[in-house]
Design a protein around this ligand. Structure first.
Ligand code: ACM
Length: 765
């Protein structure tokens, strides 16, 4: 028995007998996973006499740990030099990687080494994760044990970001701090604060009081989905803003957690709120209101001297508040319609020898960049800032896929990776029907986890320009802090590992186990995370059998096919289910007889296309692969409200040709085609399609149909085949040509961009 242990025993008065306890500690479950972690025999015991020693100057980190422990253990913690029963911070010049640290714990001490306060801070975050999660709720329990470990750690990327849109919906300072705290827990270091947009201006600018009086409030708010018809509104004034005092408070809070806040002031688009307050900033001079629904709006800043002076004055106050070396100036989704007819805009084009409105946008951004640079800061812009020529020192935030990232990095610009495909946490994360309404898309946890921020097209040298990834939370459909958390967690855990953990150390199975453990920690932290770990998913395999699976280990799947809810005594899923007739399946995950998660329901339509051979001449976009071409004849219809599920295939701008070869000649009476139609997401049903039927003897029957433009979400076409009375023709093949809608015309959502085509089950009867 060690001397140290005797001291411990004498201190714990409540202990009835003093016996070295047989402590079984669960293995560490750290997110993001460290570079290396070795669990050793033994443990460190934190007791009422444990102290902190700050041998070197890691003030931020030590203060952070000290106040954490003081709250959690309900006692004051002394900072003094000690080598036993101590959490000891030491400067180590040999740790050269930025933000790196080591952490060694044994029976005598917890030794943290770093060469920067940031490194020491991340060691503290790891240390907190080694503590029992119960400690997150202040409970004065002693002693506290944590395993003996040896950890060496450093981040993969220097930029590890999360974004939050506070324009569409506003969240109070307390929530922003909670969000920042969670980021720090996950070793993220950049908070992108999206402060201005069409639906509300959220930062106090003292020089322009109407931004507070007018731009910060909208008269009503769209409720339900933008794609709903008719659209519904809550006729209630909505808004508010952060005072400069609020902003300072948040910045100080973030700084203590090694988080830099990057403010975003949108320009030249997404400016309707500012123009509502100061109509002279727009090109039309007309009085307009703050936007009350979502989308992209025509009213953008006019490139007049008055606008530039306004924006410079705004940025002066912003830069006075935010120490960030980066200032985000937006640049995305700026329709040029008004610039085309504005005398001022056309004059700027002429006077500066610009070719067109795209170059005018580039001129606008470059001019603002020069101003920001003159104050010793740098701009970040969304990838549209590449159009018409990139501002010389700009960092690009690549969101419309990764093409912008590749172009920018090849041109020697730094890039932050936030492609919609892997970074948009406003997308659905589950195919379950009872998910809260979201903007659309589908971004499950696993997909975030497998995000590879370095585009393959880049050489190792070019890849150095990829600073890191970021998760984005746009809040059109997110009205409360609770819901922000639901969308952010656990996807933010996955993004933290994408950003921090070396690619070769990533392992989804291990991650999932750690997420399961993290649930308890998030419960203790009152984080309203989404739990989709206990869901069932299914797919039709090549033998036309339906396979079920679930993510975590050690669970059972039980199912019914008679419409009843599965129970612990329902059939146990052991092998793929035959699909030879219509199937109505309910399945759920069970452990020890207890139902976990939600019931998965799948309705499968057995039709004449099942089992045929199908090809599509284009690959679906990699963000919307559905279940590939085979998914178009797997008996499963896509969701009526989600184009991002595993059934809809999305094609961006492509005309497509689908070929189906039947196993044997069949009669065809009817074909049902389904297209998604969501103009807010640039998804437009095609205007027509063509059909080519191959008869048994090789002749072809041709037909063409127009599709009427409609407001409906789903465009369903029931094509009935002409049937001669005397004979019953049989068909061996079917070809369907579907031309894309084309470039979206002015006046429609997404104008000037290629339209998406979304298609799902082709039902052949
Ligand atoms: C964006 O999502 N408009 C950057």
């Amino acid at each position: 028995m060690s001397a140290r242990f005797l001291i411990l025993c004498s201190l714990i008065l409540t202990l009835l007998s003093c016996r070295e306890p047989d402590i079984k500690l669960s293995s560490p479950s750290i997110i993001p996973a460290p570079q290396s972690l070795l669990v050793k025999p033994g443990y460190f015991t934190m007791d009422p006499s444990t102290v902190i020693s700050n041998a070197d100057d890691f003030t931020h980190s030590v203060d952070f740990l000290k106040s954490f422990l003081e709250v959690k253990t309900n006692r004051s913690w002394e900072t003094k030099y000690a080598t036993e029963n101590v959490i000891l911070f030491e400067y180590d010049a040999s740790i050269t990687a930025a933000e790196a640290y080591t952490l060694e714990s044994n029976a005598q001490q917890i030794l943290i080494k770093a060469s920067t306060d940031a490194g020491a801070f991340y060691a503290v975050q790891t240390l907190i994760q080694l503590l029992p999660f119960e400690l997150e709720k202040p409970v004065p329990t002693h002693p506290i044990h944590l395993p003996a470990v040896s950890i060496k750690d450093q981040p993969r990327f220097s930029y590890r970001g999360m974004h939050l849109d506070v324009s569409r919906h506003l969240f109070d300072v307390e929530f922003i701090k909670k969000y920042i705290d969670a980021m720090a827990m996950l070793k993220m270091n950049s908070f992108h604060w999206h402060l201005t947009d069409d639906q509300g201006w959220r930062i106090e600018i003292k020089k322009y009081p109407k931004l507070q009086e007018i731009a910060a409030y909208r008269d009503s708010t769209l409720i339900g989905h933008y794609n709903d018809s008719p659209r519904l509104y809550a006729d209630k004034k909505y808004g508010g803003f952060y005072t400069q005092e609020d902003v300072r408070e948040v910045i100080a809070f973030a700084k203590a957690r090694h988080i830099n806040i990057i403010p975003e002031i949108e320009m030249p688009g997404h400016a309707q709120a500012a123009i509502a307050a100061y109509p002279e900033l727009g090109c039309t001079g007309k009085e307009i209101g703050v936007a009350t629904e979502w989308g992209v709006f025509e009213d953008i800043y006019c490139p007049s001297e008055a606008t530039f002076i306004f924006l410079e004055n705004v940025l002066d106050e912003v830069m006075e508040l935010f120490p960030s070396s980066y200032i985000h100036i937006g640049g995305d989704e700026a329709p040029k319609t008004q610039w085309k007819t504005s005398a001022i805009a056309q004059q700027v084009i002429q006077e500066n020898g610009l070719k067109d409105e795209a170059e005018l946008q580039s001129y606008f951004i470059q001019r603002m960049e020069k101003y920001v640079n003159s104050k010793g800061r740098n701009i970040i812009g969304w990838d549209e800032i590449l159009e018409g020529g990139l501002a010389p020192n700009a960092t690009v935030m690549s969101w419309r896929g990764t093409t912008g990232a590749v172009e920018a990095a090849k041109a020697g610009h730094d890039v932050i990776m936030t492609p919609t495909s892997h970074s948009y946490f406003d997308y659905y994360q589950s195919e379950s029907d009872d998910e809260p309404t979201a903007i659309g898309g589908f971004l499950p946890l696993e997909k975030v986890y497998h995000f590879q921020p370095i585009p393959k097209e880049l050489t190792a040298e070019e890849a150095k320009h990829i600073l890191g990834p970021q998760g984005n939370i746009w809040t059109e459909y997110i009205t409360t802090g609770d819901q922000v958390e639901y969308m952010a967690f656990p996807r933010m855990l996955a993004m933290s590992e994408v950003a921090w953990t070396a690619a070769e150390n990533k392992d989804y199975a291990s991650f999932i186990n750690r997420v399961e453990y993290f649930h308890k920690k998030m419960d203790a932290l009152d984080i309203n995370y989404a739990n989709h770990l206990y869901e069932v998913s299914g797919f039709l395999n090549d033998q036309q059998q339906y396979e079920l699976s679930t993510t975590t280990l050690g669970k059972e799947i039980r199912y019914t096919t008679d419409g009843t809810q599965p129970t612990a005594s329902s059939k146990l899923y052991q092998q793929a289910l035959p699909f030879t007739e219509n199937l109505y399946l309910n399945a759920a995950v069970f452990k020890d007889g207890e139902l976990l998660g939600k019931v998965f329901t799948q309705e499968m339509l057995f039709h004449k296309g099942i089992g045929a051979i199908i090809t599509v001449d284009k690959e679906p976009h990699k963000s919307y692969p559905g279940s590939g071409a085979a998914g178009l004849i797997n008996g499963i219809k896509g969701s009526d409200s989600r184009y991002g599920d595993s059934e809809w295939l999305g094609f961006w701008g492509d005309d497509i040709e689908i070929k189906i070869t039947f196993k044997e000649p069949i009669e065809i009476n009817e074909i049902e085609l389904r297209f998604y139609n969501a103009p807010g997401q640039w998804i437009y049903a095609p205007k027509e399609f063509e059909l080519f039927f191959t008869l048994e003897l090789g002749d072809t029957v041709y037909d063409r149909r127009e599709i009427k433009e409609s407001e409906n979400n789903i465009i369903e076409i029931n094509y009935k085949l002409y049937k001669p009375k005397s004979i019953t023709p049989k068909y061996t093949k079917l070809k369907i040509k579907i031309p894309n809608y084309g470039i979206i015309p002015d006046g429609k959502q997404g104008a000037g961009n290629k339209a998406w085509t979304f298609i799902d089950e082709i039902i052949i009867n």
